[in-house]
Design a protein around this ligand. Structure first.
Ligand SMILES: [Zn+2]
Length: 512
C-alpha cells in the first residue's frame, strides 16, 4: 500500500497547469512538506471551503496510470474528480468505501448491445462507457441522437463498413450481410458511394472506422485498403474483425492479420484488432506476438479479447459459408441457437441458417481464453450482443466481473492492477487522439471525469453463464457515471440517465 512518487508528481503537474497564479503560490507553500496530505487542503481551498458534492471515504484507490494503490478519500464535485487525499474530506454526501476498490469505470470498446437493457447489465459489470466500434453505424448523427439524454452509461460509435456496404449494395440481411454485401465485389460506383459514406461518418464525429471483413467476404483487398486511407485522413483508428478466423492455409487468422497490418503501415491509420481469440483460435498467442512486433516496429496496433471459450454471431452470415467446419475446427454440435439454447444438427443448421439468427459458437480453447486475458498488451472488451433471446452469449453481461473474479482472484492469471489497466487506461488511450475527451477518462486523477466503479475485490464475479446468460454480475457496490450514482449500495438507481456521448470533434465542413 504505497503511493509511488510519480503519482503525486503527476497530480502536482496537472494541477499546476490547470489552476490560477494565486493557486500556484499556494502550491509552493504546500510543497514544503508531505504533499499527499496537502492535496486535499488545496482542493478544498480551491472550492472556497465548500464541501464536495460527494466524498468516497477510505476506499482502496487503484489507478494503473500513476500506480496509486492505497487507501484514499476521493472528492467529487459536479462531474469531476476534485480531490484524492489521505486527509478527511467534507462532502454533502459521504460514501463509506472501506474494503472496496475504487477504480475508474470500465471502458468497453466493443459492445453491440446499445440499448437500455444492455446498459443496465453493463453497469452491474462495472462499465461506465460502452462503445460499439466494430459493427458501427451507417448514420452517425441518428445513432447519437437516439441515445442523447436517455442513457445510463456513456456511449459512442464508429462509422461501420458493414452497414454502409449493406445499404449501398441493397443487402437483405438485418444486422449482418446475407446477400450481395457478403458475396459480391462492389462496382466502382458502389465503392465510391461506400467511401463517401465512411468519410461523412468520420466528419460527423464517428470514433473509428469499423470493419468486419469476415462478413463482407467478397470485399477486395483494395476496398479495405481504401477504408484505411479514409481513417488515416481523419486520424481515426480502424477497429477490425479480420478477414479470416481459419486454421487452414491460406485463409488463416495470420494471413488476415498481415493484410490489415500492411494496410495500417501503408496508410498510417491506427489499427485495433477485435476479439483476437476468436480470430486466432489455437494460434492466438502467435497473432498477439505479431501485433507486439508491429508495435515495437513503430506501428500503432492494439488488440482486445473477451474472457470466454465461445464466440457468437449471425448464423446467416458469411462465417458459415460452406467449409466452416474445417476452417473453424468445429462441427454442428458446437453451435448453440441463442433463441432456445439448443445445440445444432445438420438439419437444424439448414433450417435456422435460412431463417437467420444468433448462435453461440463454442470454438475457443480455455487455455487460449486465459492466455489472451493474461497477456499484458491485450485489452478487455466484451463484444456483448443485443439481447435477442434467452440464451444469448453471456459476455455482454459478465466480461469485466469475470476477468476480475475468475481470472484475477480465482485463477491468479494476472494481477488486479494489470486487469484494471486493460479495462481503463488502455482503451481510453486507444481513442485519446481521435476523441480528446477520452483523455479525461480511464485514470483516477484530479480533473478526470467522475466515472468510478467501486467493487468488492473478494466478491466480484460474473453470474451470466452459457446456460443462464441473463444474470447481472455481483460485487459492484457503487457506480458513478459523470458524478451521478447509477448503482448505490448494490442497487440500480431509477430515473437517472447521466450517460454522455463520446464522440470525435465534428468537422467544420460536415453539414448534416
Ligand atoms: Zn466481431
Amino acid at each position: 500500500m504505497r503511493e509511488k512518487a510519480g503519482a503525486t508528481a503527476y497530480n502536482r503537474a496537472s494541477m499546476a497547469t490547470n489552476r490560477s497564479r494565486v493557486w500556484l503560490v499556494a502550491l509552493v507553500v504546500v510543497l514544503s512538506s508531505e504533499s499527499s496530505i496537502r492535496l486535499s487542503t488545496e482542493s478544498a481551498a480551491q472550492l472556497g471551503g465548500q464541501p464536495y458534492d460527494i466524498v468516497i471515504a477510505n476506499g482502496h484507490v487503484m489507478d494503473p496510470e500513476s500506480s496509486l494503490d492505497a487507501v484514499r478519500n476521493v472528492g467529487i464535485s459536479g462531474r469531476t474528480i476534485r480531490a484524492i487525499s489521505t486527509e478527511r474530506l467534507e462532502g454533502r454526501v459521504t460514501i463509506d468505501a472501506a474494503g472496496l476498490v475504487v477504480a475508474l469505470g470500465f471502458i468497453d470498446l466493443h459492445e453491440h448491445g446499445q440499448a437500455p437493457d444492455n446498459y443496465r447489465y453493463q453497469a452491474f459489470d462495472g462499465v461506465t462507457t460502452s462503445l460499439e466500434l466494430e459493427l458501427g453505424t451507417a448514420d452517425v448523427d441518428s445513432w447519437y441522437a437516439e441515445r442523447d439524454g436517455k442513457s445510463l452509461v456513456n456511449y459512442g460509435v464508429s462509422v461501420g463498413h458493414i452497414p454502409i456496404r449493406m445499404q449501398v449494395m441493397h443487402d437483405p440481411g438485418t444486422s449482418l450481410p446475407a446477400g450481395p454485401a457478403a458475396h459480391r465485389a462492389a462496382t466502382d460506383r458502389e465503392l465510391a458511394e461506400i467511401r463517401t459514406a465512411v468519410d461523412r461518418g468520420l466528419a460527423r464525429g464517428a470514433l473509428a472506422v469499423g470493419l468486419g471483413i469476415n462478413y463482407t467476404a467478397a470485399a477486395t483487398h483494395w476496398e479495405i485498403l481504401d477504408l484505411f486511407r479514409a481513417a488515416a485522413a481523419h486520424r481515426a483508428p480502424v477497429h477490425v474483425h479480420l478477414r479470416y478466423a481459419g486454421l487452414i492455409e491460406p485463409e488463416t487468422g495470420l494471413t488476415a492479420l498481415q493484410e490489415v497490418i500492411a494496410d495500417a503501415a501503408a496508410t498510417g491509420a491506427p489499427l485495433h484488432v477485435v476479439h483476437i481469440t476468436s480470430m486466432g483460435l489455437r494460434f492466438t498467442g502467435g497473432l498477439i506476438d505479431v501485433i507486439d512486433g508491429a508495435r515495437r516496429s513503430g506501428l500503432d496496433v492494439t488488440t482486445e479479447c473477451y474472457p470466454y471459450t465461445a464466440a457468437s454471431t449471425g448464423l446467416e452470415s458469411a462465417i458459415f459459408d460452406p467449409g466452416w467446419q474445417k476452417r473453424l475446427g468445429i462441427t454442428y454440435k458446437d453451435l448453440q441457437w441463442a433463441a432456445t439454447g439448443e445445440r445444432l444438427s445438420a438439419e437444424t443448421f439448414t433450417v435456422y441458417r435460412r431463417r437467420g439468427g444468433i448462435v453461440v459458437v463454442h470454438s475457443i480453447p480455455e487455455e487460449i481464453a486465459r492466455l489472451a486475458v493474461a497477456r499484458a498488451d491485450v485489452m478487455i472488451a466484451s463484444d456483448g450482443m443485443p439481447l435477442t433471446g434467452p440464451k444469448v452469449h453471456p459476455r455482454g453481461q459478465g466480461t469485466f466481473a469475470r476477468v476480475l473474479g475468475h481470472y484475477v482472484r480465482e485463477e491468479k492469471a494476472l494481477s488486479l492492477m494489470d486487469a484494471l489497466k486493460k479495462m481503463t487506461v488502455m482503451p481510453a488511450d486507444r481513442l485519446g487522439v481521435r476523441a480528446p475527451e477520452m483523455q479525461h477518462k480511464g485514470r483516477v486523477r484530479i480533473g478526470a471525469d467522475a466515472d468510478l466503479t467501486l467493487f468488492d475485490p473478494d466478491r466480484i464475479i460474473d453470474k451470466a453463464t452459457f446456460e443462464e446468460p441473463l444474470q447481472t454480475s455481483e460485487g459492484v457496490k457503487y457506480l458513478f457515471v459523470n458524478g451521478v450514482l447509477v448503482i448505490k449500495d448494490g442497487q440500480l438507481q431509477t430515473g437517472v440517465t447521466p450517460g454522455a456521448a463520446v464522440r470525435a470533434p465534428i468537422e467544420q465542413s460536415a453539414g448534416r
